[in-house]
Design a protein around this ligand. Structure first.
Ligand SMILES: O=C(O)[C@@H](CO)OP(=O)(O)O
Ligand SMILES: [Mg+2]
Length: 426
């Protein structure tokens, strides 16, 4: 049985130029696994928190404290553990931290360690991670959600909607989904250039949203799909992350771009109108994380028509997924390992979602690196969907290109079937 021999942390850098934590786990067999913690900007109130300090930069976003905890607490506790027992490794990390939100050791230190251990186990087995996770079960490549325009907290709140994404529902393979998305991405760029609105890209690589209204962004996305020679609603559909917690609290929502304030019912009405007028198949965090009544009402009104994804609201937490399913709020969950804290907790949230008949979407964060573990998690866990941000920044392309490599192994593709709700597995 291969055991952990060494655990080392180091500071590396993310796509926004902030320091983050990389962990390297070495086994007694010589196998090595690495993991790098990503970082969110629009974070849920209940997610695992990163440990930051005043070091490293004038901005005071250093990770010295997280690295010190890896050396002082994490490494001695993990050395000697069998690497095949991910649940035990993660339980050790959770107990060692001892807080509900990983604030002592830091969610960044904990998740990078958990990821590194998992990668070491796959390396030790001589398997690509997705295959190691699939354990012989048949799995398919996920349907990608890819950002065309950024917004919200990822674009200086230039528009209120955070992610305007496309899903290539007409694609027959992962590679074809990327080709169709590339056409839409470049078509959108041409439209923006033609209108004199091309101003670079937002945090995840989607075009900078130089729009006067949120609807102008939606209209432009539809034009971009058409401009790519594709049929909106057939070949390519729209997925939105409203990230409503960023502009709404206590049932009040202020759309800064239009300068209007809505109550929960009012915002629901706006979104339902969009669902009628645009080819939207998925909508994430349509209402704020503290507005459960609104989420239940919206799910009742639209849950049979579209995928309603809980991100800030569910924070990759199995208990919260179960509670949301019981109440009828959302019908899908976004799964972010650094929101949950560890790989095991992420997998628990996925299992709870599948048991509840929810769709599952493994997701990157807005601050990313070349680490492509989420592609392997979504494939090996047969999650159905993958959200990575845009199409044109290397920290995103590292993931999409990894999926293409996995597809070369002959794996089938979920395609649009990933958007159909599974039957409850319990
Ligand atoms: O809200 C989200 O879904 C993610 C990715 O778009 O953003 P962040 O990592 O900033 O939370
Ligand atoms: Mg989100």
């Amino acid at each position: 049985m291969s055991r952990i021999k060494d655990v080392r942390g180091r500071q590396v850098w993310d796509s926004r130029g902030w320091p983050t934590v990389e962990v390297e786990v070495t086994l007694d067999t010589g196998a090595v696994g690495r993991g790098i913690a990503p970082a969110g900007a629009s974070r849920g109130a209940h997610e695992a928190v990163e440990l930051r300090d005043g070091g490293a930069l004038l901005g005071g976003k250093g990770v010295r404290t997280a690295l010190a905890g890896i050396e002082r607490d994490i490494a001695p506790a993990l050395v000697g553990l069998p690497v095949s027992d991910q649940a035990r490794i993660d339980r050790t990390l959770i107990d060692l931290d001892g807080t509900p939100n990983r604030s002592r050791l830091g969610g960044n230190a904990v998740v990078a360690t958990s990821m590194a251990a998992l990668n070491a186990a796959a390396a030790d087995a001589g398997l690509p991670l997705w295959r190691h996770l699939a354990e012989g079960r048949p799995v398919r490549l996920p349907l990608p959600q890819i950002q065309i325009f950024g917004g919200g907290a990822h674009a200086g709140r230039r528009i209120d909607i955070q992610d305007l994404m496309v899903i290539a529902t007409g694609a027959g393979s992962f590679g074809q989904a990327l080709e169709m998305t590339a056409e839409v991405y470049h078509s959108a760029g041409r439209i923006m250039a033609g209108r004199g609105l091309l101003q670079g890209v937002a945090d995840e690589g989607g075009w900078w949203p130089a729009f006067d209204t949120n609807e102008e962004a939606l209209d432009t996305l539809v034009r971009a799909i058409e401009g790519a020679g594709l049929v909106p609603g057939e070949d390519v559909c729209i997925a939105l992350d409203i990230a409503a917690s960023e502009f709404g609290r206590n049932g009040r929502y202020r759309l800064g771009l239009e300068g209007v304030e809505y109550d929960s019912d009012g915002l629901c009405a706006v979104l339902l109108d969009w669902l009628d007028r645009y080819p939207i198949v998925s909508i994430e965090d349509p209402l704020a994380e503290d507005d459960e009544t609104g989420l239940v009402a919206f799910t009742r009104a639209a849950g049979t028509r579209v995928q309603i994804v809980g991100d800030d609201y569910l924070v990759t937490d199995a208990r919260r997924v179960e509670a949301a399913a019981a109440k009828g709020a959302c019908n899908a969950v976004l799964l972010k390992p650094n929101q949950a804290g560890t790989i095991t907790e992420t997998q628990d949230a996925l299992a709870a979602a599948k048991a509840a008949g929810f769709n599952t979407i493994v997701s990157a964060r807005s601050g990313e690196t070349e680490d492509a573990i989420i592609v392997h998690l979504s494939t090996g866990w047969n999650a159905g969907q993958l959200k990575v941000g845009s199409f044109a920044r290397s920290e995103r392309m590292a993931k999409w290109n990894e999926a293409i490599r996995i597809e070369s192994a002959g794996l089938p593709f979920f395609g649009r079937s990933a958007l159909q709700r599974p039957t409850r597995s319990t």
